[in-house]
Design a protein around this ligand. Sequence first.
Ligand SMILES: Cc1ncc(COP(=O)(O)O)c(C=O)c1O
Length: 397
Amino acid sequence: MSKDKYSSFRPDTRIVHTGGDPKAFKGVVNPPVYRASTVIFPTVQDMNEATKNRFDTTFYGVHGTPTSFALEDAMADLEGGYRAISVSSGLAAITTALISFLNAGDHLLMVDSAYGPARNFCNTTLKRFGVETTYYDPMIGSGISDLIRPETKVIFTESPGSYTFEIQDIPAIAEVAHQNDIKVMIDNTWSAGYFFKPFEHGVDISIQATTKYQAGHADVILGHIITKTEEDWHKIKVDTATLGQAVSPDVSYLCLRGLRTLSVRLEQHQESALALAHWLQERPEFETILHPAFASCPGHEIWLRDFTGSSGLFSVVLKDYTTEQVNAMLDGMDYFAMGFSWGGFESLMVASDPAKIRSATTWEAAGPLLRIHAGQEDVEDLIADLERGLNRLTGKA
Ligand SMILES: Cc1ncc(COP(=O)(O)O)c(C=O)c1O
């Protein structure tokens, strides 16, 4: 289906159809899994032409196949960008995008509430290659101008922040950035590209850990970089190829299959997370709810202005309970499993201490933080599980 045709479709229809081309695959609805390293050419001229167009045609497995191209088209459309690039993980999407726009001697402004491994990349690899990172307060807004230096090349945002859910004023940051010829990147994974459209708010490069909501079934590791412009897409694509970043066609297939049901799954994640957060808000064991749709979440008013909804991930801050009490709660949960990642059909809950990795801001909370991912289980079962857990926390069970 041509891009022009689906551009008139409503958003949920586009998620179902974009990137699909049944006519090209004998009427088969999902693009097949093209497993390829070698792609052969009938003539020297064909080979030369394919080499020239290697980013737009099936040329060599490392650069992509019809399976990954279909997913990239769908991801670009979801985020409202020019084009998308598949990489091996969400973390690889962050690191590859940063590598593309930073050179030795450059300066990076990185949000203090960033996903931990992104911080680690800045503090180790980027540092080793001569890039200096300054962390900034997620609530800084246009005050970011005070931190800009002549050598600042990228401002990296993540909104809401990992674990602590601060919503950033992206348009204010982007305005200052563009006055200074600086690229704005966002880790847009929480919104899944569904509830926040980054390019309408001044972002240049958006990153999705497609591992989470798009794949949606806890069985895929994949990342995407989506750009606003052709120029930025080309720059990153060249670097991706230079670095040898490649994605398995099986993984691309699974992610595209997951993406087709994104809107209905997100709707349920949203509804269940809101129900859980409202229930938890009434409980005496908690200090605060860090859910973007709640007034208690820093930047809630920005969420109201810029987002169209909320996904399934949020945090709650407990009162001053001990580690042993929290462990007693977590160890006995029936449905809230402990594990890294999120965005799958299953509910998750992990304890965290954000104070350990902050440097531009201090994290002060009465007690431990619990990050909750609301899965697709019946919300009444989830609430009952939480109630039993809170009884273990307080010694009533
Ligand atoms: C906000 C955010 N960004 C990026 C990533 C990295 O994704 P991946 O696990 O695919 O590397 C994660 C993973 O948990 C995440 O939570």
